[in-house]
Design a protein around this ligand. Structure first.
Ligand SMILES: [Zn+2]
Length: 360
């Protein structure tokens, strides 16, 4: 180690640089000297429903600690997208009903094992119907569909694979929404170099790097998803993470027009909205009836960034994860009537089983 430092020092000196002139990108994070109004919101202005959360431990325990943390944020309902299926889902739904009824909504997940075998589509659709009977209010499809799910012959299953049609149709029949996460941020497919906005994330999470044949081009996976949405116009889809188009709202606008059964939620992409407050506000005004509040990871202290971007006119405030965004945020300052739709009204409209009296 000492040897390395000596070597590094001599390299610096021979390049004519002092220690202060050399720094890692990760380290360079100066506090802003800008003096402007600041609103550190720890609670949302209106009660809200987080439609994108993951809790694996709702199946046991009294849930009191979690509910207390939700109350502090003004989160009335948490949608747990990790409900699984079968026995474990039923156990989760039962425990919630017993300990914190009204506060949690559970989405089921598909077990793709055996896809390709005779009768799989009917079996999967039937399991979903049972899960809904046991307490699920929706279906969550993880990114493994499109990225890693393979059929019984070892072939990648495309998102618009016809063997899945029975499931999407069943969701329309049961009047439950499908929240789906397809692919990942596009820069994960781009060269990992100085022009990649997610360079730091790829450095800290190297397993996230993808390429055109690992497993398929980004555009292809996204196109499969959109074709599937269009093929099932009676099914309501919630495209997670703004469908990875939060950085191109003009394109997302086009998709919203082409696919009227598609809603969006902004889990993990608030930093994209916070760097374009004008454009984002216009989008929220136009699609105020089709945007839902989502966050993804359960980190109570990170919600403040979401509240601030949505509610305030604050300028140049920090985001909480440098590997998502090395830039700063600006607030959209949305009016109350739009905030209420984003925070809970739109979710109440499309997710069954939520007690509306919590929001009166
Ligand atoms: Zn998620």
């Amino acid at each position: 180690m000492r040897k390395f430092h000596l070597l590094a020092s001599s390299l610096l000196l021979s390049a004519g640089l002092s220690h202060a002139q050399v720094m890692d990108f990760e380290k360079y994070d100066p506090p802003s000297t800008l003096v402007v109004p600041e609103h550190h919101l720890t609670r949302s202005r209106f009660p809200f429903i987080d439609v994108h959360n993951h809790q694996w431990n709702l199946g046991s325990g009294d849930l009191k600690g979690l509910v207390k943390d939700m109350d502090a944020l003004n989160m009335k309902v948490m949608v747990n997208l990790s409900g699984g299926n079968g026995h474990s889902l039923k156990q989760m739904a039962d425990n919630v009903r017993q300990n914190a009824p009204k506060r949690f909504i559970i989405f089921a997940n598909i077990d793709f094992t055996g896809i390709g075998e005779q009768g799989w589509p009917e079996k999967a659709a039937q399991q979903l119907a049972t899960d809904v009977k046991n307490g699920a209010s929706g279906l969550k499809v993880f990114k493994n569909l499109g990225l890693s799910v393979k059929d019984n012959t070892g072939k990648r299953v495309a998102i618009d694979d016809p063997r899945l049609d029975a499931i999407w149709a069943k969701c329309a029949e049961l009047k439950i929404p499908v929240l789906i996460h397809a692919a990942d941020p596009k820069p994960f497919w781009s060269p990992m170099d100085g022009s990649n906005e997610r360079w730091l994330e790829l450095k800290t999470h190297p397993e996230r790097k993808r390429s055109d044949n690992s497993p398929a081009p980004w555009e292809q996976i996204i196109a499969e998803e959109h074709r599937m949405f269009k093929k099932h116009p009676h099914t309501t889809f919630i495209n997670a993470h703004f469908g990875w188009y939060a950085n191109d709202l003009a394109h997302l606008d086009k998709l919203m027009q082409e696919i009227p059964n598609m809603y969006v939620e902004f889990g993990a992409v608030i930093a994209e909205l916070g760097r374009q407050p004008q454009m984002a506000r216009q989008f929220f005004e136009k699609y105020q009836d089709r945007i839902l509040f989502g966050k993804d990871s359960w980190q109570p202290d990170e919600y403040t960034t979401y509240f601030r971007v949505l509610e305030t006119a604050d300028e140049y405030f920090p985001y909480h994860k440098k590997y998502h965004a090395f830039w700063r945020m600006y607030g959209m300052h949305l009016p109350d009537d739009i905030l209420k739709k984003i925070y809970y009204k739109n979710a109440l409209k499309i997710i069954p089983g939520i007690d509306k009296s919590l929001f009166e």
